[in-house]
Design a protein around this ligand. Structure first.
Ligand SMILES: [Zn+2]
Length: 169
C-alpha cells in the first residue's frame, strides 16, 4: 500500500513539475512576444528555466514561505512599491521618497540614494554575497536577498516576520 502511494506521489510530482515547466516556458515566450523581445532579453524576473541548473523551483524550496513570497514579488514586480501600487490604482504616484519618478525593484536595489548605504553594506558588500548581478542575487543568493528585502523594504505584509531575519545581518 505504501509502495503504491509512493509510486502515485512520484508520478504526480513528476507530472506537476513537467506541467509547471511548460507553463513557465509559455509564460516566458508570450511575455517576450508581446514586447517584441527575445527570451534572453527579458528582465531578470523572467529569466531562467523552470528546471535548469538554477532551477527556480529548487531556489524556492530552500526558502521560508515569507522569503518565497518576497522572491515572487521581487521577480514579478508585483510588490508594494510605488510603481506597482500606482499600476493597481492604490496610490496616485509611482514616485519614490527620494524624488525619482519610478520606485520599482530596479530603483530600490540599484539607484535609490535613500537605500544606497544599507544596500551596499548589507547586500552587495556583505561577506556572504559580494555580488551585484540581479539574476545571481535572485537565484544563488535568494535567501540573503529576500531576507534583506523583508527587513529593509518596510512592506507591511512582512512586518510580522521581520524579526525572524535579523540574525542574518
Ligand atoms: Zn528612491
Amino acid at each position: 500500500m505504501r509502495f503504491a502511494r509512493n509510486a502515485i506521489k512520484s508520478v504526480t510530482t513528476k507530472a506537476t513539475v513537467e506541467n509547471m515547466k511548460h507553463l513557465w516556458n509559455d509564460y516566458q515566450r508570450n511575455f517576450a512576444t508581446e514586447r517584441g523581445k527575445r527570451i534572453d532579453e527579458l528582465d531578470v524576473a523572467r529569466l531562467g528555466g523552470w528546471c535548469d541548473s538554477r532551477d527556480i523551483l529548487m531556489v524556492h524550496k530552500r526558502l521560508t514561505r515569507a522569503q518565497s513570497t518576497m522572491l515572487i514579488q521581487l521577480r514579478s514586480q508585483n510588490i508594494g512599491l510605488q510603481a506597482y501600487l500606482e499600476r493597481i490604482a492604490k496610490v496616485d504616484s509611482s514616485q519614490c521618497g527620494c524624488g525619482a519618478a519610478v520606485q520599482d525593484v530596479d530603483h530600490i536595489f540599484f539607484h535609490c540614494p535613500l537605500l544606497a548605504e544599507v544596500v551596499e553594506a548589507q547586500l552587495y558588500g556583505h561577506p556572504a554575497v559580494q555580488c551585484r548581478n540581479m539574476y545571481r542575487l535572485m537565484t544563488e543568493f535568494a535567501s540573503h536577498l529576500t531576507a534583506f528585502a523583508i527587513i529593509n523594504l518596510g512592506l507591511e505584509q512582512f512586518e510580522p516576520v521581520v524579526d525572524d531575519y535579523d540574525i542574518l545581518f
